[in-house]
Ligand binder design. Sequence first.
Ligand SMILES: Cc1ncc(COP(=O)(O)O)c(C=O)c1O
Length: 392
Amino acid sequence: MTPYGDGTRCVRAGLPSPRPGQPFLPGPVFASAYHLDPAAGPMPGVDGYGRPDNATRRALEAAIGELEGGECVAVASGMAAVTAALLLLTRPGDTVLVPADGYYRTRSFAAEALPPRGVRVLTAPTAGPYPPLDGVRLVLLETPANPGLDVCDISALAARAHAAGALLAVDNTTATPLGQRPLDLGADLVVASGTKALAGHADLLLGYVCTRRPDLAAAIRDWRDTTGSIPGPFDCWLAHRSLATLDLRLARQTANAAALAALLANRPDVRSVRWPGLPTDPAYPLASRQMRRVPGCWRSNCRRVSTCGDSSRPPGSSPWPRPSVAPTPRPTGAPSGATTPPKGWYASPVAWRTPRIWSPTWPPRSMPPPATDHDRCSCRQRAVRPRARCRT
Ligand SMILES: Cc1ncc(COP(=O)(O)O)c(C=O)c1O
């Protein structure tokens, strides 16, 4: 890793050296099929054909490879990365071990697509115990696992897998390369979805495989180029642009998750909270040793609605205890002690969510009336005739 902090590494990853007059991140190269080289004449030149070669994709691969600490092959989605590893690295007669509590598509793919190809599938919970790995060809871990957020010891399992002659792949989607670097911990491969935290704007699908073994990188690249599971140039460009803010986004997500997990853990109507950064979480000791930062996802289970909250509340009323925040002030002119909310009151989403200011019948039995022009304006007619058209 370079001596720079995470923020600088993200901002600089995969970028060419700055040149006066040139953008820091070169624009996307869109030539989707043949890219003719004007210097060499009407023949495909560098990046001649878009499936195996694209300059924008290479720049993104350089960036992710830098953050993960290996050679990166970008693919069309996280599942393209997972299935490439599972299909390419196994032969009939092999055994793979997959998480019993990991991403459900990975589990269903392993259970449905591998046995008909003669590949035996074992499962183990992320937090263990793990079966003996003798005869296993590939161990796929997901840590923290989605959605359970259990964590497993990558170094220990890498040692066990290698002693048994198996390869170890780690799905690093939830952690991201800023959260943990599985290749540093002994994994042979990282598979991940860049669709989620890595790109972070919910505007593209992306996956990648990273490895330090040139033979594996070449095999995965060849698989990608042959199956055509390539991400488009514009998605690659967007993802590369989005990487620059990864450090900041993760920092805020983690801070939010910490606050919410602590808040939820103390609520009587929440049965359990899982977040590997909570000191009371079973994954905390391992996560704080293994991970560089804890992701911004947490999981909580509620108690049955009919048994939670204030036992003295009337049947059918809100199960949630009153919020401790100060209520929104009453709109001017509204009658105090009204038994129903004043006209137009529900129309404001902020007001609508503020419980028990107006009436003992909160929460409202029906949804608020649809927004009207007055609802969107701030004129004086709004409180009186919320459904009329605004002419001001
Ligand atoms: C852990 C994990 N792996 C893989 C995937 C699949 O990623 P994609 O949706 O980009 O195919 C997901 C998606 O949520 C995931 O959470």
